[in-house]
Design a binder for this molecule. Structure first.
Ligand SMILES: *[C@@H]1O[C@H](CO)[C@@H](O)[C@H](O)[C@H]1NC(C)=O
Ligand SMILES: *[C@@H]1O[C@H](CO)[C@@H](O)[C@H](O)[C@H]1NC(C)=O
Ligand SMILES: *[C@@H]1O[C@H](CO)[C@@H](O)[C@H](O)[C@H]1NC(C)=O
Ligand SMILES: *[C@@H]1O[C@H](CO)[C@@H](O)[C@H](O)[C@H]1NC(C)=O
Length: 532
């Protein structure tokens, strides 16, 4: 084709016109590891709308690359690895939690479980706070950021360092969020009755009996304890130093303009919410693309039996050889073909129906018509892809929210759970055969769930972009935010009002009873006097 020599320049020119028309400047502070995967999707969507993106990253980051066509990065030099990107920290957490789960049921296990989690998060939050101090100490960087005049600050408050930078720069703040310091993010801003809202790590659904509700309350107390004594202190120290004693990290989080919640109620349990919460669960969903030829050939060879896809996430792939052998043997007993994302030693019992890969095009494989079951650790990225493509899930949950996620899916009748600490070849094989049984309703239920998930007026990712642009256009969304977080706890529950009403009532009752007694005494005396 012979194009006019000026065409590229014209295109460039019109692109820049378009850009100055509706492009905003967005500053992003991501969390590393698997959280980066979903931040990246939002970032690319923003970029495709002509917004200009700047990203703050730590110099030790593995996932967040310094150079990208989508953003310009500012690298904060540090020698500390941020926690979610540290393979060593993850592996050690996983090892500990497997050990604990083998001895499940004792009180010791209960505390050991939380102590283990606390150790992991304490280190993580300390490192994050240090990173923020190096930002707040760098006046050149701060004034450079301030002068740029960003329209929006986007961050993930799982590690809420970005919140403080946004507060310092006084920028409209939007969260890409599901978790905060003390568990599920709704708990920070929306009423959350513990009678029907299971807390993180409880493994309950919204139907709890008396003992489960008791346990739910105990788990909640543990989370509150963790957030006050483990997660909060490093950030509070930074707040105290840079913003004054009366600014708490929690109130900075609660003051965010908009919460893009990675939640969809086809999968999550219904609960009270707030006007500034926008649900974007499933925003990663997209049609599958053709597979690379070596995979396509393998998948087609499965014939009528179909394919099982297995992956255990970004940082948890290597479970140790004992578990790998169990999984490999179970797969070898099936007529299906298996694509298994596995890192580490090749299991000896691996069947010839199983292909090991170090990386797999997850969405394309799950979306392949031959795929029958998705075997996963229960991270939400994979779960939403399974819902999108209507593929039943077998969960082998490992840590964090994964068990809770699987419990929710199981309650919808589209999944089963295998306990990794106690599974053996027989139990895993029978769980897989059960899921693959065409008589069982898993597939039908999943098709129904998938239809519900797709039936929306606007795609979740477009919704996310709309609301971010909304915040840019209106320089915040304070009118959607309740003022509840500024209230002291006794005012929040109206305890001061109740106390006053109770006091007045008691006073009146006391007055009445005293005056009655006086009157009766008077009458009695009068009677005595009369009849004497
Ligand atoms: C402060 O930030 C600037 C700009 O990003 C950078 O060039 C400089 O190295 C930073 N200084 C320190 C001490 O980290
Ligand atoms: C940012 O710059 C404005 C002027 O452009 C100035 O008034 C303000 O104090 C600066 N804020 C910070 C936090 O440096
Ligand atoms: C904190 O105190 C400072 C001065 O003492 C005041 O200007 C500021 O508004 C207070 N902030 C909050 C959140 O109460
Ligand atoms: C795979 O292994 C089974 C039994 O171990 C054998 O019967 C079958 O022929 C093998 N298939 C291929 C393609 O090698």
């Amino acid at each position: 084709m012979n194009s006019h020599p000026a065409l590229p320049f014209l295109l460039l020119f019109s692109a820049s016109l378009l850009y100055s028309g509706n492009g905003g400047k967005v500053l992003i502070f991501p969390v590393d590891g698997s959280h980066w995967i979903n931040m990246k999707i939002l970032l690319e969507a923003l970029h495709s709308q002509g917004h200009q993106i700047t990203l703050l990253r730590s110099s030790t980051s593995w996932y967040v690359s310094e150079f990208s066509p989508y953003y310009t990065s500012i690298t904060i030099s540090t020698n500390q690895l941020q926690h979610f990107e540290s393979q060593a920290a993850m592996t050690s957490l996983l090892k500990q939690s497997m050990k604990i789960r083998r001895n499940q049921g004792s009180l010791w296990t209960f505390f050991e479980f939380y102590r283990n989690g606390a150790d992991f998060f304490r280190e993580g939050h300390k490192n994050m706070a240090k990173l923020i101090v190096s930002i707040l100490e760098n006046k050149t960087l701060l004034s450079q950021l301030n002068e740029t005049g960003y329209d929006l600050f986007l961050t993930d408050p799982t590690f809420p360092g970005g919140v403080m930078v946004a507060h310092y720069l006084k920028l409209p703040l939007v969260f890409n969020v599901r978790w905060i310091l003390s568990g599920e993010a709704h708990f920070a801003i929306a009423p959350s009755p513990l009678s029907y809202i299971p807390v993180m790590l409880s493994r309950f659904t919204d139907k709890m009996n008396y003992f489960q509700r008791t346990k739910n309350l105990i788990y909640y107390v543990m989370l509150v304890y963790m957030s006050h004594y483990v997660c909060n202190p490093p950030y509070q120290a930074v707040c105290d130093q840079y913003f004054g004693k009366n600014v708490s990290i929690l109130s900075l989080i609660q003051a965010a303009d908009l919460w893009l919640m990675r939640v969809d109620f086809t999968f999550e349990l219904p609960r009270p919410t707030m006007p500034n919460v926008i649900y974007i669960g499933g925003f990663q969903g997209k049609p599958s693309k053709p597979l690379p030829s070596y995979l396509e050939e393998f998948v087609q060879n499965s014939g009528e039996h179909g394919v099982i896809v297995m992956t255990l996430g970004t940082l948890l792939s290597n479970l140790g050889s004992e578990v790998s052998e169990i999984i490999a043997s179970a797969f070898a007993k099936l007529p299906q073909k298996v694509v298994w994302r596995h890192i580490g030693k090749r299991p000896d019992t691996l069947g010839n129906n199983t292909m090991l890969v170090e990386w797999l095009p997850q969405n394309d494989l799950i979306g392949h018509p031959k795929t029958k079951v998705f075997v996963t650790h229960g991270g939400t990225n994979g779960i939403y892809e399974a819902i999108y493509h209507a593929v039943p899930v077998l969960g082998i949950p490992l840590i964090f929210d994964q068990y809770d996620n699987m419990v929710r899916l199981k309650a919808r009748g589209v999944a089963e759970i295998v306990e990794v600490a106690t599974m053996n070849v027989e139990s895993l094989t029978s769980a897989l055969k059960n899921m693959l049984d065409p008589e069982k309703p898993y597939k039908q239920n999943m098709i129904k769930l998938s239809q519900l998930h797709h039936d929306k007026p606007i795609k979740p990712i477009d919704n996310a972009v709309f609301w971010m642009e909304y915040v840019m256009r209106h320089k915040g969304a304070a009118h959607l935010r309740t003022e509840s977080y500024k209230l002291p706890w006794y005012a929040y529950y109206c305890l001061d009002v109740i106390a006053f009403i109770v006091a007045v009532t008691l006073l009146i009752v006391a007055l009445i009873s005293v005056s009655c007694r006086c009157y009766i005494n008077y009458l009695l005396k009068w009677k005595k006097f009369k009849f004497e």
